[in-house]
Design a protein around this ligand. Structure first.
Ligand code: MG
Length: 164
């Protein structure tokens, strides 16, 4: 019997003046930047919350409080690697993850493989266990007005089988 756990995550960041956004650990040139304490990587933040949720470990704000100067401007891939370590310490491995970016722009297209590869590396799984999707909101709401962007993530993890 496998011990499977599932978790979901959601994150939003506002756009501000800037020339790039960081998504899935990839810096993408853009006409706006992202307002955030860290690098504002909504994709990795929602992913961390999904993984922490699956393991029953709370949320990203508990582990990386934005009041802590240690996390200012930090590469969110460090969050992912830290979360992976927390899971591994408890005997969990990641089965698969799936994320949906909600944004009018930028388009992910040519950056998708690099994001998958970053996430797979940080979670110590093969890229085919990482899926990245994107959608617009048909110009509706804050995302449609390009005031900000959001991301949803889901993660499945399992307890590693004990060696006998
Ligand atoms: Mg965030």
């Amino acid at each position: 019997m496998s011990d499977l756990r599932i978790g979901q995550g959601f994150d939003v960041h506002a756009f501000t003046d800037g020339e790039f956004v960081t998504l899935g650990g990839v810096r993408i040139p853009h006409t706006r930047g992202v307002l955030a304490h860290s690098d504002g990587d909504v994709l990795l933040h929602s992913l961390c919350d999904a993984l922490l949720g699956a393991a029953g470990l709370g949320d990203i704000g508990m582990h990386f409080p934005d009041t802590d100067a240690r996390w200012r401007g930090v590469d969110s891939r460090e969050f992912v690697r830290h979360v992976e370590t927390l899971l591994a310490m408890r005997g969990f491995e990641v089965v698969n993850v799936d994320v949906t970016l909600l944004a009018e722009s930028p388009r992910l297209g040519k950056h998708r493989d690099a994001m998958r590869s970053n996430i797979a590396k940080d979670l110590q799984i093969v890229p085919e266990r990482v899926n990245i999707k994107a959608t617009t909101t048909e110009k509706l709401g804050f995302i449609g007005r390009s005031d900000g962007l959001a991301c949803q993530a889901i993660a499945l993890i399992q307890k590693k089988a004990l060696a006998t």
